[in-house]
Design a protein around this ligand. Structure first.
Ligand code: KIV
Length: 273
C-alpha cells in the first residue's frame, strides 16, 4: 500500500530554501529534539527544523555541545523526522565526527541520512573544514553551514561572546560565507555577530542566511525552541525573544497534579474504570 498523499503540503526542501531567498520570503526555523515537539513546531508552520547539537545542553544537561555523540544525534533526529510533516529536518553533525577528515565526514553524514530520514546536515566552520563539506556535498547530501559563534569551538574562542567584531575576523567570515555559497550549501546559520555584518553577508551571497543573534537584515531566523518558549529559566541572552513562560505554566500544572494525588482528588469517579 502506498503512503503517498498527493494532498499533503509539499515538504520544504533545500531548493525551496534558496527559492525563498530569491523571492524575498523569510525563512522561519526552530530547533526540536523529539517527536512530540517536532509535531507542534511543524504544525506552527516552521520551514526548517534543526535537530541541533544544542541537545547536548537542552536535553542532556552538558555545559557544552562537545560531548554529544553521533548515536545521540541520530536517536533525537529519528523522532523529529517522524513528527515533521512539512518542515525540512536538518541534523547537526556533532563535534569529532567530521572535522579534519573528509571520509569520516561522509560516513557520519551518510549514517544520519540513512538512519533518520532527515533532509540535510549542518556543519560548523569555514575554510578549515572545506574538504569535509565538499565530501558530504559530493555524496548528494545538502549542507547548511554555520559561521560566527560556532559553539563546538568554544574552547578556541574562550567563551560564547559576540564574534567577528574586529575587521580581520569579519573579513574571514565574509570570505567563508562566499566559499560556502559557491560550494553549494543550501543555507548558512550566522550566530551572534554584529547585525550590520550579517546584513552585508546576506546581501552579497545567494545562499539564504539564517540568523541567531545576527539582527533582522538576514533571510531567516532560528531559535532554540525551549528557550523561546521560556522552558529554560537560566538562559536569556539579548537576542532571544521569549514567546511564552512555559516553565511556570508547567511547574504550576505539575504541582497541582502532585497535590491532587496526595489529597486523592485525582483520579475522581469519572477518571476510572
Ligand atoms: O545546535 C543548535 O541548536 C544550533 C542553533 C542554535 C543554530 O546550532
Amino acid at each position: 500500500m502506498s503512503t503517498y498523499n498527493e494532498n499533503a503540503k509539499p515538504k520544504v526542501t533545500a531548493a525551496r530554501c534558496r527559492e525563498m531567498k530569491r523571492k524575498g520570503e523569510k525563512i522561519a526555523c526552530l530547533t526540536a529534539y523529539d517527536y512530540t515537539m517536532a509535531q507542534i513546531v511543524d504544525a506552527a508552520g516552521v520551514d526548517f527544523i534543526l535537530v541541533g547539537d544544542s541537545a547536548a545542553n537542552v536535553m542532556m544537561g552538558y555545559e557544552t555541545t562537545l560531548p554529544i555523540t553521533l548515536d545521540d544525534m541520530i536517536t533525537y533526529a529519528k523522532g523529529v523526522v517522524r513528527g515533521a510533516k512539512r518542515a525540512m529536518v536538518v541534523v547537526d553533525m556533532p563535534f569529532g565526527y567530521y572535522q579534519g577528515c573528509r571520509d569520516t565526514a561522509i560516513e557520519s553524514a551518510v549514517r544520519i541520512m540513512k538512519e533518520t530520514g532527515a533532509a540535510a546536515v549542518k556543519m560548523e566552520g569555514g575554510s578549515e573544514i572545506r574538504e569535509s563539506i565538499a565530501g558530504v556535498l559530493s555524496a548528494g547530501i545538502p549542507v547548511c553551514g554555520h559561521l560566527g559563534l560556532t559553539p563546538q569551538s568554544v574552547n578556541k574562542f574562550g567563551g560564547y561572546g559576540i564574534r567577528a567584531k574586529e575587521d580581520a575576523e569579519a573579513q574571514r567570515l565574509i570570505d567563508d560565507a562566499k566559499m560556502l555559497d559557491e560550494m553549494g550549501c543550501f543555507a548558512i546559520v550566522l550566530e551572534k555577530i554584529p547585525a550590520a555584518l550579517a546584513a552585508k553577508v546576506a546581501a552579497e551571497v545567494s545562499v539564504p542566511i539564517i540568523g541567531i543573534g545576527a539582527g533582522s537584515g538576514v533571510d531567516g531566523q532560528i531559535l532554540v525552541v525551549q528557550d523561546m518558549l521560556g522552558m529554560n529559566r537560566g538562559f536569556s541572552p539579548k537576542f532571544m525573544r521569549r514567546y511564552a513562560d512555559l516553565a511556570n505554566v508547567m511547574e504550576n500544572a505539575l504541582s497541582r497534579y502532585v497535590s491532587d494525588v496526595k489529597s486523592v482528588d485525582f483520579p475522581n469517579e469519572s477518571e476510572q474504570y
